[in-house]
Design a protein around this ligand. Structure first.
Ligand code: GP9
Ligand code: MN
Length: 712
C-alpha cells in the first residue's frame, strides 16, 4: 500500500520534480556540512543553510514544468538536474585544493592552467564521490525501464507558475534572513564563503557572473581621474624607510628563490620517523634563517587566493594584491600596465632581469605577464633538459632546475634581479622516487601531509647546492638572496590531520589555528651584514617589494604600492588576507570571527573600545583591497606618470633566443661585460656546480651515522 503511494507520486511530473529537488537538496547539504568549511556559527545560520538549496533548485527545475510534451519535459528536468549537480560537484573538488569556490573567471581561464593538472586532479577525488553523480545515471534508467513512469499529462501552467513563485518566495525569505544575519552581504561582498553559506552555490554562481560582467565594464570605463583616490590612499599609507637599513644592499644582485608551498612551520621542524628518531626537515634553510646576516620574518603571511603561485608573484613583485577571483596573471597579465620590481630596478639602477622556472611558460600565463612586469629574460622549460626521470607534472625537479639554470645565470650582466621558481615541493608531494626517495614520511591518515616533509627536504638540499655554487663563483658576496614561501602547502581541509604534528589535536583545531598556519617564511639574506636577525613585525607578501627596494636604496614614495616596508617603524602591522580577513599582533579575524592571539579564544562580545578598533581595521583592510582592485581592474597604472617610470612596450620583449642575445651583449661590451661568464675569462662556471641525490648524500654520511642507525 505504502509502496504504491510513493510510486504513484513519483509517476506524476510534480512528484518527479519533488524527488529531484530533494536529491539536489540532500547533495548540497552534504557538501555544505562535510566538504566546505563555511564557518557556521549559530542556529540561524544552520537554518539558512538548510533552506537555501531549495530556493534555487526549485526555481531551476521548475523551468521543465512549463514544457508540455512528456519526453521533452522529463529530459529538460534531467538536464537541469545534471548541470546543477555538475556545478556542485566541481565546486566540491575545487574546494579541496583551493579552499574556495569556482568563479566564472576561473571557468573561463580554466584552459590556461589545465596543462599538467592531470594527476593532482585525480588525487582530489574521494571514493565516496560517486554519490554525487550516480543518480544522473540511475534516474534515466528508471525512466527508460518505466520503473518511474513519465506522466503524459502536462503540469497546468498555473501550477507551474505557482511552483516558480514559491521558489522566488523562498529565495526572498532566504535573502531577507541572510541580510538580517549579515548586513551588506551583497553590497560589500565579504567573501565567497559567505555567499555560499547564505545563498548557496547556484545563486553564488549567478551573482559572480554578474560581477564578472561588471568588472569587464570597469576597465572600459576607467579614467585618469580614478587615480585621485588611489594616490590619496598611497600617500597616507606610505611608510618611510628606516634610515638604518636604507640602501644597505645598494648595487647588489638580487637572487630571489621562490620556495614552493613552504609554510613557516617547516622552519626548525623536526619530523619523527617510526622509530622516534628526529629528522630536521630543512637544515640549510634553517641555518640561513638564523644567521645574523639574514633579515628573517616570523610573522609574515601569504595573501594569495585562487591564483596561488601567480598571486604570490603579483604580491611580491608589484605590491598589489591578486584578484578576488581567479588569477590576475591569467586574466589581466597580458594587457595591464605594471610598475614591477624588474622594471623599477632596471629604470632606477640599471639592473638586468631574468626569471627561471622549469615548467611551460604558458602556465599561469607567465610568458605574457612577465613581459609586462619588465623581465628581460624568461627561461621556462623550453630552456631545460626535462625528461620523465627528472620532472613531474609541474615541471623540472629543483636539483636539476638550479643546476641547469647556471648556464644562463652566468651570462647575465650584473647587477641583475633574478627569480628562481622552485616546484618540487608542490602538491601532491608524492613526486620523489628512486635515488631521491628516502627521507621519512609522516605517519598521518593523509598521504598528502605524509609526503610534504620529504619534498621540503629535497628543496632544502637543492637550495643548499645552489648556494654552494654562488659561493664558489663569488656571486654570493655581491648579491642578496631573498627566500619566501608562496602559500600554504597543506590546505585547510587537511589541517586537522596535520594538527598532531604541530603539537595540537584535531578535536580542538579551530579557524584560529587555520589562520596561524598561513604564515610563510620571508628572508632577505645579505652576506657580510651582521645586523639582521628574526624580526617579529606582522606583515604579508604585499609588503615585500617596498622592503626590498628600500634595502636596495630605491625611493618608493612616488610608486603606487599597497604594502609597507617591514623594516620601517611606521609600519601598521595590519595584515589583510585576500578575502577581507585580517591579522594584527594581538587579534585574528578569520571567517567572520575574532580571536585573541594571546590565548586563541574567540571573542564573542567585544567591548565598545575593541569593537571600534575592529571596525577601523576592517575598514582599513577593505580599503587596501579595494584600492588594489581598482588599480588592477581599471588598469589604472596606464595613466600614472608621477613615478617617472617609462611604460613597458611588451612587443619589445621576446623570450626566444635568449642565449644569443646575452652573448651578443657580452661581446658588445667586451672588457666592460660584468657577467660571471665574462669575469671567468669567457669560460663557463658550470663545473663549479655540484649536485647529488638523496641516496648519495646518505652514503656519504653513512660512516658517521651508522652507529646511530645501528641502534634503531
Ligand atoms: C606551476 C607552479 C605551481 O608552474 O608555479 O603553481 P601553483 O599550483 O602553486 O599555483
Ligand atoms: Mn605555488
Amino acid at each position: 500500500m505504502r509502496k504504491f503511494k510513493i510510486s504513484s507520486i513519483l509517476n506524476k511530473r510534480l512528484g518527479f520534480f519533488g524527488l529531484l529537488t530533494l536529491l539536489l537538496w540532500a547533495k548540497s547539504i552534504f557538501a555544505y556540512l562535510f566538504e566546505f568549511n563555511l564557518g557556521i556559527e549559530s542556529l540561524m545560520q544552520y537554518f539558512i543553510l538548510f533552506i537555501n538549496p531549495f530556493a534555487t533548485t526549485m526555481f531551476l527545475l521548475s523551468i521543465a514544468l512549463y514544457v508540455r510534451r512528456p519526453k521533452a519535459a522529463y529530459r529538460t528536468m534531467i538536464v537541469i538536474y545534471a548541470l546543477a549537480t555538475l556545478l556542485l560537484f566541481s565546486n566540491v573538488v575545487y574546494y579541496r585544493e583551493f579552499t574556495d569556490f569556482i568563479t566564472i573567471n576561473t571557468m573561463l581561464g580554466a584552459g590556461k592552467v589545465a596543462s599538467g593538472l592531470g594527476e593532482s586532479a585525480i588525487r582530489l577525488f574521494r571514493p565516496y564521490d560517486f554519490i554525487f553523480m550516480i543518480d544522473i545515471l540511475i534516474l534515466p534508467i528508471l525512466l527508460w525501464k518505466k520503473i518511474i513512469k513519465e506522466e503524459e499529462r502536462p503540469v497546468r501552467a498555473r501550477m507551474a507558475l505557482a511552483v516558480t513563485a514559491l521558489s522566488v518566495m523562498i529565495f526572498s525569505g532566504n535573502l531577507f534572513l541572510a541580510e538580517a544575519d549579515r548586513t551588506g552581504l551583497l553590497t560589500r561582498t565579504f567573501s565567497r564563503d559567505y555567499l555560499v553559506k547564505y545563498l548557496g552555490i547556484n545563486a553564488f554562481t549567478v551573482y559572480d557572473g554578474v560581477q564578472t560582467y561588471r568588472t569587464n565594464q570597469v576597465k572600459a570605463e576607467a579614467s585618469a581621474n580614478d587615480l585621485t583616490d588611489v594616490e590619496a590612499y598611497v600617500n597616507e599609507h606610505y611608510a618611510a624607510p628606516n634610515a638604518d637599513y636604507y640602501g644597505l644592499a645598494d648595487g647588489r644582485n638580487v637572487i630571489t628563490i621562490h620556495l614552493e608551498s613552504f609554510q613557516q612551520f617547516l622552519i626548525d621542524y623536526k619530523l619523527k620517523d617510526e622509530n622516534g628518531v628526529e629528522h630536521e626537515v630543512t637544515p640549510f634553510i634553517n641555518s640561513i634563517y638564523h644567521e645574523n646576516s639574514t633579515f628573517s620574518f616570523d610573522n609574515f603571511f601569504h595573501q594569495v587566493k585562487a591564483g596561488k603561485t601567480s598571486d604570490a608573484e603579483t604580491l611580491m613583485e608589484t605590491s598589489l594584491f591578486g584578484l578576488n577571483q581567479g588569477s590576475l596573471f591569467t586574466q589581466l597579465g597580458s594587457e595591464n600596465t605594471f610598475q614591477a620590481a624588474p622594471s623599477i630596478l632596471n629604470q632606477t639602477k640599471g639592473y638586468t632581469s631574468a626569471a627561471f622556472h622549469g615548467n611551460s611558460g604558458n602556465f599561469w600565463n607567465r610568458t605574457e605577464t612577465y613581459k609586462n612586469l619588465g623581465y628581460d629574460y624568461f627561461f621556462d622549460s623550453s630552456y631545460y633538459d626535462v625528461n620523465d626521470d627528472n620532472s613531474f607534472q609541474y615541471g623540472l625537479h629543483d636539483k636539476p632546475f638550479f643546476n641547469q639554470s647556471v648556464q644562463y645565470l652566468e651570462h647575465l650582466q650584473q647587477p641583475f634581479y633574478s627569480k628562481f621558481i622552485a616546484v618540487t615541493n608542490h602538491y601532491p608531494y608524492s613526486q620523489l622516487t628512486g635515488d631521491e626517495a628516502g627521507f621519512p614520511m609522516a605517519n598521518t591518515s593523509d598521504e598528502t601531509i605524509n609526503g610534504y616533509f620529504a619534498t621540503a627536504n629535497y628543496l632544502d638540499k637543492a637550495v643548499e647546492e645552489f648556494f654552494t655554487y654562488l659561493k664558489e663563483t663569488g656571486l654570493y658576496d655581491n648579491s642578496i638572496i631573498v627566500m619566501y614561501g608562496d602559500h600554504y602547502g597543506i590546505s585547510e581541509s587537511r589541517n586537522p590531520d596535520l594538527a598532531e604534528l604541530v603539537g595540537k589535536t584535531s578535536d580542538t583545531w579551530t579557524n584560529y589555528d587555520n589562520a596561524q598556519m598561513q604564515r610563510v617564511p620571508y628572508m632577505i639574506h645579505v652576506p657580510g651584514q651582521t645586523n639582521g636577525g628574526i624580526n617579529h613585525t606582522y606583515g604579508g607578501e604585499v609588503d615585500a617589494l617596498p622592503t626590498l627596494l628600500h634595502l636596495l636604496g630605491v625611493d618608493t614614495s612616488k610608486y603606487i604600492q599597497m604594502g609597507q616596508d617591514l623594516l620601517s617603524p611606521e609600519n601598521d602591522q595590519l595584515v589583510a588576507f585576500r578575502n577581507g580577513d585580517y591579522m594584527t599582533p594581538e587579534y585574528t579575524s578569520y571567517s567572520g570571527s575574532v580571536y585573541s592571539n594571546s590565548n586563541g579564544q574567540m571573542i564573542l562580545e567585544p567591548d565598545d573600545e575593541l569593537q571600534q578598533q575592529l571596525d577601523t581595521w576592517e575598514l582599513a583592510v577593505d580599503k587596501q583591497l579595494s584600492t588594489s582592485d581598482d588599480i588592477n581592474n581599471g588598469d589604472l597604472l596606464r595613466f600614472y606618470t608621477e613615478s617617472g617610470l617609462e611604460p613597458i612596450d611588451s612587443s619589445q620583449y621576446n623570450y626566444k633566443d635568449s642565449v644569443s642575445k646575452m652573448e651578443q651583449i657580452e661581446s658588445d661590451l667586451g672588457a666592460e661585460s660584468t657577467s660571471i661568464f665574462s669575469k671567468n675569462g669567457g669560460k663557463t662556471t658550470q663545473s663549479l656546480y655540484s649536485t647529488k641525490t638523496f641516496q648519495q648524500y646518505q652514503q656519504e654520511n653513512g660512516s658517521s651515522e651508522t652507529s646511530d642507525n645501528a641502534e634503531e
